[in-house]
Design a protein around this ligand. Structure first.
Ligand SMILES: *Cc1c(COP(=O)(O)O)cnc(C)c1O
Length: 461
């Protein structure tokens, strides 16, 4: 299978090169040239299968050029062995027709582990085979960073630098990034917000001299391999509610649009998904775009759901690519306008295509707290603030079709917000109970990309 860029001007690559590259050289994001389909019978046959078996069925068509079936089975098994729940992604019921998919039983307590644990295995395997070495630089609003460090620490062919916005992540998130001791991981606190970090990362990728010098690799959700790993739980959860014979809808707490875009891919592969509902906090650029056609960035306002404090939603470009009828030139034009003016207006045709697939909603800070409290009282489920944004919007979109809201992080990752809403301080799982006693190691740096490049060069020698 070949992978092509959303901007139509970068060479097509196979899966392994797509994964090791991250961002395309024309600034676009990679997508499969054609999305492989699964028949209703193949989807029906997933009933009663393990998460790992479903993962193999869903992902193998994308990777078969680079991994044998047996090797891929083994890598999937290793990726999910460290999860704290047999089902990996258990589904619980919140109320009539409303279900909650717990995606936070991985090693760092957020859904990011589903993709990161797998690509840690895939990178190690691919680099071990080729003898190559790469430098992974990641930008994080909090959860990607810890998941990447957990997945790549101690690996011999990889150095990892994680850029996070100084003072804008929760203390648990920060400690998960600054306390690992492996010498190949580097936590970097950047003066700025998440968009500063992500913008600097994109600039590094677009500086081809630097990119080639350090063999830069990206594991942000711009990396297609991450999106692919997230397609699996759309299948596993929908099948457990009767798919393909019964359609479902999903509500997804959204920031960079990676998670919900995986739901679109699941739908295009043949899963009967009726609606994909984008749930945003007060940083609501995606909701405003679906209301007004105008994608216009404003400043990020810090919230109690920090992993969604994003105004430049990278993976939305992938949704636009399909909404614009796979016209890479049209996407490149809109992205150039975004870079120059901070906004663009979605074409009428593309807007109708987006509205056909996606719905959206926005939740204020007060509503988020109130929802954590309500759901605990009514169902006993203690939600993290991101999941609460999702559940609130999911509730507003309930209809005849079962709604599955994605639970994106464990409440213990955001204890201050959860305690403020409920009076309950959610404890960390025993395996990380000493997180607050471990020493922290972090480098503070300005938001200037040249300073970041100098730091990386310096650390690599
Ligand atoms: C990353 C993250 C999100 C947003 O996911 P995207 O794929 O960026 O849309 C939501 N909630 C939590 C807890 C996260 O870590």
């Amino acid at each position: 299978m070949r992978f092509i860029s959303t901007r139509g001007a970068a060479p097509a690559l196979n899966f392994e090169d797509t994964m090791l590259t991250g961002l395309a050289r024309d600034g676009g994001l990679y997508l499969p040239e054609a999305i492989p389909g699964l028949s209703a019978d193949e989807i029906r046959a997933m009933r009663g299968k393990s998460y790992e078996e479903i993962a193999h069925k869903v992902m193998f068509p994308y990777v078969s050029e680079n991994f044998s079936s047996e090797d891929f089975v083994a890598l999937i098994a290793k990726a999910y062995a460290g999860f704290g729940h047999e089902a990996r992604a258990p589904l619980v019921q919140l109320g009539p027709n409303h279900f909650f998919l717990e995606l936070f039983h991985g090693p760092t307590l957020a859904f990011k582990d589903f993709a990161m644990q797998l690509i840690g295995q895939l990178f190690q395997y691919a680099l071990g085979r080729s003898g190559k070495r790469v430098t992974i630089v990641g930008a994080t609003s909090g959860d990607t960073g810890s998941a990447a460090i957990e997945a790549f620490q101690g690996l011999s062919n990889v150095d990892v630098f994680i850029l996070y916005p100084h003072g804008r992540v929760s203390e648990v998130q920060r400690r998960q990034m600054t306390t690992p001791t492996a010498s190949n991981v580097h936590a970097v606190a950047v003066d700025g917000d998440f968009d500063t970090c992500q913008g600097a990362l994109k600039d590094m990728f677009n500086d081809f001299t630097f990119r080639d010098e350090v063999a830069l690799a990206g594991v942000n959700s711009i990396n297609f391999a991450r999106v692919l790993a997230q397609v699996v739980y759309y299948f596993s959860s929908a099948v457990s509610l009767g798919a393909p014979d019964r359609p479902v809808s999903f509500t997804v707490p959204t920031g960079n649009f990676g998670d919900i875009f995986a739901g679109y891919l699941a739908q295009q592969m043949g899963l009967p998904v009726e609606k994909l509902v984008i749930a945003t906090n007060q940083n609501d650029i995606l909701h405003r775009t679906l209301e007004t056609r105008e994608y216009a960035t404003t400043g990020v306002i810090p919230s109690i759901s920090p992993s969604m404090d994003i105004q430049v939603s990278s993976n939305f470009e992938r949704a636009l690519y399909y909404a614009y009828g796979q016209d890479g030139k049209a996407v490149a034009k809109e992205m150039a306008s975004l870079k120059d003016t901070g906004k663009f207006t979605v074409s009428q045709g593309a807007y109708e295509a987006l509205k056909y697939t996606y719905a959206s909603g926005r939740v204020s800070e007060e509503e988020t707290s109130a929802e954590i409290k309500r759901v605990l009282a009514e169902t006993g489920e203690l939600l993290c603030p991101h999941s609460a944004v999702g559940v609130k919007i999911g509730e507003a979109h309930l209809g005849a079709t079962p709604m599955i809201t994605l639970g994106t992080a464990h409440p213990a990752k955001f204890p201050a917000a959860v305690e403020a809403a409920t009076g309950i301080h959610p404890p960390l799982p025993p395996r990380m109970a000493d997180l607050f006693d471990r020493d922290e190691r972090v480098t503070r740096i300005s938001g200037d990309v040249e300073d970041m490049k100098a730091l990386i060069r310096d650390r690599l020698v």
